[in-house]
Design a protein around this ligand. Sequence first.
Ligand SMILES: Nc1ncnc2c1ncn2[C@@H]1O[C@H](COP(=O)(O)OP(=O)(O)O)[C@@H](O)[C@H]1O
Ligand SMILES: [Mg+2]
Length: 416
Amino acid sequence: MPLAGFGLSRLVSAVRKLSRRSFDGSARVMQTLQETLQGIGVVKAFNLENEMRARMGASVDDVARAADRAAVRMALASPIADLIAGVAIAIILFYGAWRVTVASADAGAFFSFVVAMLMAYEPGKRLARVHLEMQAGLDQARMIYEILDTPATEAPRSGQPALRVGAGRIEYMDVGFSYRPGETALDDLGLVFAPGETTALVGVSGAGKSTIVALLLRFYKPQAGAIFIDAQDIAGVELRSLRENIAYVPQDVFLFRGTIRDNIALGRIGARRDEIELAARRANADEFIRDFRDGYDTEVGELGQNLSGGQKQRIAIARAMLKDAPILVLDEPTAALDSESEREVRKALDELRAGRTTIVIAHRLQTILSADSICLIEHGRLVTKGSHAELLAKEPAYRALVEAQFAGEEGQRAAG
Ligand SMILES: Nc1ncnc2c1ncn2[C@@H]1O[C@H](COP(=O)(O)OP(=O)(O)O)[C@@H](O)[C@H]1O
Ligand SMILES: [Mg+2]
């Protein structure tokens, strides 16, 4: 019994480890599959088929190996138990025979003991096997519960008061933030976004512009200072109400599987057809949508492959238009559009930002020129703020940035 128990416990821990490995391996298989399919354009253009196949193969092999080894361990349980039991029975028979013949014990009692023991043996062996299978199953259940039990970092409805936006004045007060200890992303940042106006954030890549926006949406919490919207600290309001009041147009427009109508409707779940079409009209998107054979019911396809960059942007603008939030956050794409689509997108944006407090991370000269004020961000700090002309006149760092980032456009404008 002790020997069998010891052997079994070794098997149990080996099988548990293996079942965890095959679980992780399956997750890796899924991940490789998803990456390959989503990045199929890159995979093909860079001739990565063999590399991706090798990665997939490695993950699959890993799962197969773990599953094989677990099966071998499970199958071993029974022969090991048989062997130990056989030896034990031999010893008992030998000892019993010795007692009956030499020590003249009662032969009847000995035989009933042996028969009872043999009858108990089969169920005992089955119990051991059940135990082993149960442990492997329990471990997989445990892994699922580990995920289910992970607490949400923040409940969307927390019982905090809802944000009430009036004019839409946004103030950053001494905000400090770092993604990793020792690497400052925002450093004692003080900044005011005037209500109803458009403020452009400019600065070199890595200056902290996206971080400023991420903190407003409360994707992260500042480690120092606070952010106020109409004098309410955003850390103290209900997360859902905060995000309801901000329309966010990200740098890379993300379209979901479904029709164009479905994608615009995400701006406000439950919006009526005419509201969706009005939003599209105001986003300067109605015309090209109607040019598709299926109009608003055109499937955008996985990741929206069958739409141009400018069209995707206008759909994102229509989505924001439908949301009709008082605060607007735009992360302007860096990739240039052709001048025709550029004009269409710009018209849509001008319509969208009218009357809203707008923060735009600017990558285009035209955006800067049309902003009410411009903030130059450097190393997570506000260097200076003013109009394009003011900053050009007084701020050498701004002049240098404009020359580096927008020189081409400036030239085009002069030529045009
Ligand atoms: N998710 C992240 N994890 C760690 N560091 C980040 C992350 N996002 C940005 N950073 C770092 O924070 C700094 C500011 O980045 P970011 O706000 O993206 O600048 P910008 O938008 O002006 O290019 C950079 O040094 C960048 O490397
Ligand atoms: Mg950025």
